[in-house]
Design a protein around this ligand. Sequence first.
Ligand code: SF4
Ligand code: SF4
Length: 275
Amino acid sequence: MMQHLKNLILNYAKEKGAALVGFAPVSRWSEQGEVPEEFHPTYIWPPARTVIVIGMAMPLPMVETTPSALHMELYNSSNRELDGLAYHLTNYLNGLGHASFYFPRDCYGSIKILLEKPLAAFSHVMAAKYAGLGTLGLSHNLLTPQFGPRVRLVSVFTAAELPSDGMLAKEQCIKCKACITCCPPAALNWDGKAPLADYDKIACAKWHEELTRRRCYPCGICTKVCPVGEDRKNVYQEKGIMKKYLEEEKALARDPNDPRYRSWTHVRNFGSWQK
Ligand code: SF4
Ligand code: SF4
């Protein structure tokens, strides 16, 4: 019966545009011991037994234009779609008699609030890891085999004990350091040994404050340059792309009209302030 319900949820989410769906038992938060207790799903909503994590893809060629109004619109659209999907799935499950609750995808009021307290009440990234959708990269992003970090997430908590998915055994991050090299405010630093880079959340939030002023929020450079993902290998192949990413900042500082970047700079030059 619970497998049937899981299939219904999978079909429902896929029909509404989900690219990825995973199921995590709430016990995984205690078993893994990585997340403080007050951020566990059962702390936030005690009846929770399963967390359903839904991912929507961010098309790479649109992400590549960041920082741009186009990327901002993509981000806003994905957020709206994800929250709509989680809202409807929650009501659908409640209608079937399975008490449910969803945690919206970002859930913060402003960058000013993030500058004071740069944390959300719940981590979709950790939920997605526990639901078997990916592993954490040096950048702290979830890296999925299908889309690398170019995926947005939302979580639905349900009291139904649904069959869970196994966690991914293979680490996806290849420690190439592209995310670290290309981060505009140098918010990521790595000692060459730790599983994750040291992440300066305030530096990242301050850069986002600046991009909000310029009307081209969010940054997402670390999701753009990550080489992981079948999307890049199968759909959006471009020869020499990593070199292009790694040289972008200096090349555009030298020549803002560098023809290698003209499609991205054209998009950036309209609809937002670039300074
Ligand atoms: S979002 Fe931008 S500023 Fe923040 S860590 Fe990623 S690259 Fe750096
Ligand atoms: S850019 Fe490289 S180092 Fe950074 S998360 Fe992706 S694979 Fe890992």
